[in-house]
Design a protein around this ligand. Structure first.
Ligand SMILES: [Zn+2]
Length: 179
């Protein structure tokens, strides 16, 4: 991305009941193309948000390190102090394997769930959610009495709770949006 600011957002999409969540998701997100995102994928770097699953620890998402060809010893790494600090290889810290890029992670079934099975906590609360024809994000940071006040997370949290409550028979999808 050439030093630019690469913005990824964790978004929850709340769909009605469906057997085709991928098509439904596409429909839901389409009106927001270019205003809210220019690219998305299910899961992505937010894979496992709803369950605590760690995709980078899954052997399916690990690949042989190119820098050391899997040996854990990068022959070209200089100087020796730096090499030592890297554990032998700057690509894998000497493990010989490393996590693939999120775009290459295997699809994880836990990123598409029944709304009724999902519990939102502070740890897995999204940046925004989409329901019906609405994209809902917390209000922007505002300056008040000379101080920057954080986004209105309480209101946002309440809106999200309501949206989930009203769609208990629906499907919720973890989405990695890029803008
Ligand atoms: Zn390596």
């Amino acid at each position: 991305m050439g030093g630019g600011f690469d913005m990824h957002y964790y978004v929850l999409a709340i769909l009605g009941p469906t057997n085709h969540p991928e098509a439904k998701l596409d429909e839901l997100l389409n009106p927001f193309y270019e205003s809210e995102y220019d690219w998305y994928q299910i899961g992505g770097r937010y894979t496992g948000m709803l369950t605590g699953y760690k995709p980078s620890d899954d052997p399916k998402n690990v690949e042989v390190c190119e820098q050391c060809k899997g040996t854990g010893d990068n022959k070209n790494l200089e100087p020796p102090e730096w090499k030592k600090q890297c554990g032998g290889c700057n690509g894998c810290r000497g493990k010989g394997v490393r996590a693939k890029w999120p775009t290459d992670w295997e699809r994880y079934s836990g990123d598409i769930q029944q709304v009724s099975d999902v519990e939102i906590t502070e740890a897995n609360s999204p940046y925004a959610f989409v329901v019906g024809d609405k994209w809902v994000a917390p209000e922007a940071i505002v300056k008040e009495d000379g101080k920057y006040k954080s986004r209105d997370n309480n209101k946002f949290g309440f809106q999200l709770e309501e949206a989930l409550k009203n769609n208990q028979d629906g499907i919720v999808v973890v989405v990695d949006c890029h803008n």
